[in-house]
Write a protein that binds this ligand. Structure first.
Ligand SMILES: Cc1cc2nc3c(=O)[nH]c(=O)nc-3n(C[C@H](O)[C@H](O)[C@H](O)COP(=O)(O)OP(=O)(O)OC[C@H]3O[C@@H](n4cnc5c(N)ncnc54)[C@H](O)[C@@H]3O)c2cc1C
Length: 299
């Protein structure tokens, strides 16, 4: 690997300035679990790495007065899942964060890095979309907010312009009687890339579905919303039959490819299965059950 300069700014503004100064040859560096591999393999190139982990604003998790949560983009996954009040309120986001590698990877890998790598199979993204998460982007021309659902534009591609950074995520406060879930299918029990991923949120009052959101990973060039299926659920009884039907409708949102992980037809079939199970788990959780999706026997 060639020699690469290292910058460790203390503010977001200085990080943006360092990237701007690198004139297209700088890369943000959070945990390094993707970028270091890519630089070694030669699939990415950089003259300067701009470390984001020394910027306090980018590594803090806090609840805002509105009840929303703000998570710095460079916050490592293990810290997100160990922040108890957040983890208890957002089990669906924790499902996704928890399976990003083993403990060593999670000690470094950040939510912002997972999003900015923009893999269609990234495990944190579907649940963030299901929770209406928004990112704050800061760059040479100021700041802007983009919903996570609109951030990725294709495999490895996103809306970031040169020298722009994702500074933080804002995750809206949970509505009463609501919860979420993320499930992925992989051919073995852990440490693999999702064949299909599914994040859901559900709001139920008196056994009737009031709100639902379904986001799918690994079945299109970028994570996608299954909007028709979610809209169909509104006003329906919160039952396994409703979730099964939503799963069938959600299959229409999937446009998967066939690759070594499975043929397109298999992936489309799995969408129905995961949507049903993820909605069922969201329902059990909003009713107060603690469901560990890695070890529970799901319906
Ligand atoms: C052994 C192993 C297992 C893994 N398992 C999984 C898994 O199960 N599921 C999964 O989804 N991923 C997995 N990954 C991939 C990886 O760990 C995640 O994508 C991780 O979240 C990336 O975060 P990072 O902080 O390490 O990003 P980095 O490697 O630091 O950066 C990744 C990319 O994002 C850019 N970037 C980082 N932060 C920002 C920011 N704030 N603003 C703008 N650009 C930014 C960087 O320039 C780079 O292009 C695995 C990786 C390894 C090595």
């Amino acid at each position: 690997m060639k020699e690469i300069a290292y910058a460790a700014p203390r503010t977001v503004a200085d990080a943006v300035a360092a990237l701007k100064q690198a004139n297209g040859n700088g890369k943000a560096f959070a945990g390094g679990t993707d970028i270091l591999v890519q630089l070694r393999e030669g699939t990415r190139n950089a003259d300067v790495l701009v470390d984001l982990k020394k910027i306090p604003e980018m590594t803090e998790i806090r609840q805002l007065p509105s009840g929303d949560w703000q998570i710095g983009a460079a916050t490592p996954c293990h810290r997100i899942e160990s922040t108890v009040p957040f983890a208890e309120g957002y089990p669906g986001i924790i499902d996704g964060v928890h399976i990003i590698g083993g403990w060593q990877i999670k000690g470094r890998a950040s939510l912002g890095g997972n999003l900015c790598t923009s893999s269609p199979a990234a495990d944190s993204i579907p649940a963030l979309i299901a929770h209406h998460a928004v990112v704050k982007i800061v760059g040479p021309d100021g700041s802007r907010e983009v919903p996570v659902s609109e951030f990725c534009t294709g495999p490895g591609k996103n809306v970031l312009k040169p020298a722009e950074l994702v500074a933080s995520f804002v995750i809206p406060a949970m509505l009463p009687n609501s919860s979420g879930c993320y499930l992925r299918f992989i051919p073995r029990s852990e440490m693999d890339i999702a064949v299909v991923g599914c994040g859901t949120t559900l709001t139920v009052e008196k056994d009737t579905i009031k709100q639902a959101r379904i986001a799918l990973g690994a079945v299109a060039p970028k994570p996608v919303l299954a909007e028709e299926a979610a809209a169909w659920l509104i006003g329906k009884p919160a039952t396994i039959e409703s979730f099964e039907k939503a799963g069938e409708i959600a299959r229409k949102a999937a446009t998967p490819i066939s690759d070594m992980r499975g043929p397109a037809e298999y992936r489309t079939h799995l969408v129905g299965v995961l949507v049903k199970r993820s909605l069922m788990t969201s329902l059990r959780r909003l009713r107060g059950e603690r469901v560990d999706v890695l070890h529970d026997k799901l319906v």
